[in-house]
Design a protein around this ligand. Structure first.
Ligand SMILES: Nc1nc2c(ncn2[C@@H]2O[C@H](COP(=O)(O)OP(=O)(O)OP(=O)(O)O)[C@@H](O)[C@H]2O)c(=O)[nH]1
Ligand SMILES: [Mg+2]
Ligand SMILES: [Zn+2]
Length: 353
């Protein structure tokens, strides 16, 4: 038996008092997970697009339904029963709630195609699934203000690899860079194109570069990741071309709060969707082991078999072919710095990470 995961909302208006009450009730009543695949014929298939306090907002073909989780849930997974991005079957209860939205119950969660998780807060290092069923990871960084961070890009690339997501790199705020420096930036980031990762240089103020980015993410679900202030929200508004319904509804449920706290799936005109996940900043590579780290630096593979010592950590060993390739300019020195940083981090005792 597993607790239902809920995002708790602290607020003082009446509605939120009620949701708090509901959240308490839900964490007292435990949900039993079964996998019996029997489904009432009136159940409808939808997507969980965001969390609203203890509720989940589910998008059906033509409408939204605000849902709780059934006491007996049909699912194959046991960690984080419901999360944003899940394909779910719901039963509508035929009523509207106090905020005027249709309400229902999630009775089945379909198997997850992909998932991204992080270590849940608290002492027990449980896995918390942040978002399910995304296809692509757009690593969003600004050309300047704030400067892009290659260490962080490399960490996100590992996360994408682990989560089976196709990575792309989006560099925003190109309008803030004088034209004569554009090539320097392209050159500085050319290692990523060399690694086969599509790189898009855009400005959200002038829209330069947006059409090709828009084409690239037209299909499938694209998760945005990147530090604060790089333009993720601005990008969503630009590509979805309007204040989207998901945003409007979640605002209604979180009056008085200024920041987005839950992940959101926003549909794109071409059939795909963009997923904005505020918690994704810390999402991690927490399960990563020192032994497997080199495999996430694909380009090292051309050299590792020539190292004098096997296994070789590619840090201090004499006759290390990776280190040698960096010195001779065959491997990117900055990628190697990212690698060394991660080795150092992973060598720290797990408790202090
Ligand atoms: N000049 C310029 N400003 C931009 C561009 N993209 C975003 N901005 C500005 O940068 C600021 C931050 O953008 P947001 O979209 O809020 O950034 P965010 O990534 O959503 O930040 P968090 O929600 O804190 O993670 C805003 O003032 C935007 O107007 C761009 O391409 N050029
Ligand atoms: Mg934002
Ligand atoms: Zn080596």
């Amino acid at each position: 038996m597993i607790d239902v995961e809920v995002d708790r909302v602290d607020n003082d208006d009446l509605f939120n008092q009620r949701t708090r009450q509901k959240a308490k009730e839900q964490s007292r009543t435990r949900t039993i997970v079964k996998s019996d695949r029997s489904l009432p014929p009136e159940a409808k298939l939808g997507v969980v697009v965001t969390a609203l306090g203890p509720f989940w907002m589910v998008r059906l073909e033509d409408t939204f339904v605000v849902c709780t989780v059934s006491g007996t849930l049909d699912a194959e997974h046991t960690s984080t029963l419901v999360t944003v991005g899940d394909d779910v079957h719901i039963l509508e209860d035929g009523t509207v709630n106090t905020l005027g939205d249709r309400s229902g119950t999630i009775v089945r969660v379909e198997p997850r195609r992909t998932l991204l998780s992080r270590k849940a807060a608290g002492r027990a290092k449980r896995e918390q699934v942040l978002v399910a069923n995304v296809d692509r990871l757009a690593i969003v960084m600004a050309a300047v203000a704030p400067d892009y961070n290659k260490r962080l890009i490399d960490r996100y690339l590992i996360a994408a690899d682990k989560g089976d997501l196709e990575p792309i790199l989006v560099i925003t705020k190109m309008d803030l860079i004088p034209d004569e420096y554009h090539n320097d930036i392209r050159e500085d980031l050319s290692v990523y194109s060399t690694l086969g990762i599509p790189v898009f240089f855009v400005s959200l103020t002038t829209s330069v570069g947006l059409p090709s980015l828009s084409n690239a993410i037209e299909n499938g679900r694209t998760l945005l990741a990147g530090p604060s202030g790089v333009g993720k929200s601005t990008l969503i508004n630009a590509l979805t071309n309007a204040r989207h319904a998901v945003g409007a509804i979640s605002q209604k449920y979180s009056k008085g709060r200024h920041t987005t706290t839950s992940s959101t799936v926003v549909p794109l005109p071409g059939g795909g969707a963009i997923v904005d996940s505020p918690g994704i900043r810390e999402f991690s590579i927490w399960e990563l082991s020192l032994d497997e780290l080199p495999y996430y630096f694909d380009e090292f593979a051309d050299f590792t078999h020539q190292c004098r010592f096997i296994p070789c950590s590619h840090t201090h060993e004499p006759g290390c072919a990776v280190k040698d390739a960096v010195e001779r300019g065959h491997l990117d020195p900055e990628r190697y710095v990212s690698y060394l940083n991660l080795v150092e981090e992973l060598r720290m005792p797990a408790a202090s990470r």
